[in-house]
Design a protein around this ligand. Structure first.
Ligand code: T46
Length: 144
């Protein structure tokens, strides 16, 4: 499965099948940035959404290596949804894309590769502010 829509950019990685399944990701072959940070999320609560922010500069690839989530991506002018439930197919969360994660299936595990180290000031957590910046109506730009 490899196709691109306006906001949903799939990232397909190899799956090796012998007596188990092994997946690997390497840069620049599969992802468009050098990896500065890796984090993973587990034990999420099904009814507790996560995300709901954008990053000024950080680019990320998110994989759902177990379970399933529904993601919403928003660039300030349109919103698109995607279900993430295949370990070999991630999606790009580009800079200045508002993203929300919903409907965590029990025992879901997310693996995220990021282009920058963690910095709180890289976050835009207010959707109104995000819309203003994304649509060029706000003088405030990145603090980093
Ligand atoms: C995204 C999803 C999948 C750190 O200290 N270091 C880190 O690298 C990260 C990612 C977070 N944190 C701290 C900051 C907060 O105190 O952990 C707490 C929760 O972080 P955040 O609000 O970023 O968690 P999520 O799950 O809502 O969102 C994160 C990413 O920010 C987001 O871009 O795609 O995971």
């Amino acid at each position: 499965m490899k196709y691109k829509r306006s906001l949903i950019h799939y990232v397909d990685i190899p799956k090796i099948s012998d007596d188990c399944f092994l997946y690997f990701v390497q840069s620049p072959d599969h992802i468009p940035f050098a990896i500065k940070r890796v984090y993973y999320i587990l034990k999420s609560r099904p009814n507790l959404p996560r995300g709901s922010h954008a990053h000024y500069k950080t680019q990320q690839i998110i994989f759902c290596i177990q379970g399933s989530i529904r993601m919403i991506l928003d660039d300030g002018s349109k919103r698109e949804e995607v279900i993430l439930n295949q370990p070999e197919t991630g999606i790009l969360l580009d800079r200045m894309i508002w993203h929300e994660m919903h409907n965590f299936q029990k025992d879901t595990i997310l693996l995220v590769l990021a282009s920058r180290k963690y910095e709180d000031k890289d976050y835009i957590r207010d959707h109104e502010q995000f819309l203003a910046i994304a649509n060029g109506n706000n003088k405030k730009t990145s603090k980093i």
